[in-house]
Design a protein around this ligand. Structure first.
Ligand SMILES: *Cc1c(COP(=O)(O)O)cnc(C)c1O
Length: 215
């Protein structure tokens, strides 16, 4: 990765391999090559793969949108959920987290580019939501996540990532303890690392182009 290029300390950026749509045997191969953290967006598909790969010691991150009636299998099968945009979903995840597991790590999804088409919390609402979420049992607020609008220019790509970093810093200064910026995908990973990403979510650059979903 580009840690050195952007003066980031070694191992300060974690690579999350986004394996959605790719079959279990591809994940098995990536794990044999040393990758342990995998991100999935589609719950049913993810649960099948988690079942098939239960002989491996993998770290599963749910990175899709979470419907409030689908929280239980996420609470039971994942170690992270990145797409939290409501207190209700966070509360359910915490209530349904099995007590023999460590708290579920969560990231609040922030609508950082401000388009109303993208899901996520507005930056202005984040502080109040974070304050409530840190009181909930069964979950641990780790940080912020965003999927900015697609642009190709490096300097343009940096703008929303910088905003997300500054929002995290502002929350940190106001007593919200969190360490994670989940930002950057195959097309904008470098800009995200330059702006302080601690987790980059990479699918295409690891597994190749995704086949189009049927239907
Ligand atoms: C699919 C997906 C990714 C990975 O995207 P690539 O462009 O293939 O690297 C990352 N984050 C989220 C939320 C995704 O849905």
């Amino acid at each position: 990765m580009s840690e050195e290029k952007f003066a980031r300390p070694a191992n300060s950026v974690q690579l999350l391999a986004v394996s959605k749509v790719h079959p279990a045997n591809e994940i098995r191969k990536a794990n044999a090559a040393g990758q342990t953290s995998f991100g999935e967006n589609y719950l049913q598909e993810a649960l099948e793969k988690i079942g098939k790969l239960s002989d491996l010691n993998l770290d599963w991150h749910f990175i899709g949108t979470i419907q409030s009636n689908k929280t239980r299998p996420i609470a039971e099968n994942f170690s992270w959920a990145h797409g939290i945009s409501s207190i209700k979903v966070a509360r359910r995840l915490g209530e349904q987290r099995p007590t023999n597991l460590p708290p579920l790590n969560i990231c609040l999804q922030i609508n950082i580019s401000g388009e109303n088409t993208k899901s996520g919390i507005t930056p202005d609402a984040t502080m109040a939501i974070a304050k409530e979420i840190i009181t909930l049992p069964g979950i641990k607020l780790r940080g912020l996540m965003a999927i900015p609008e697609h642009v190709t220019d490096f300097e343009q790509q940096r703008i929303p990532f910088k905003k997300l970093r500054q929002l995290k810093e502002q929350l940190n200064r106001n007593g919200i303890d969190m360490d994670t910026l989940s930002m950057g995908m195959s097309g904008d990973m470098e800009a995200a690392i330059a702006e302080g990403a601690t987790i980059v979510r990479i699918g295409t650059d690891i597994f190749g182009e995704r086949p189009k979903k049927q239907g």
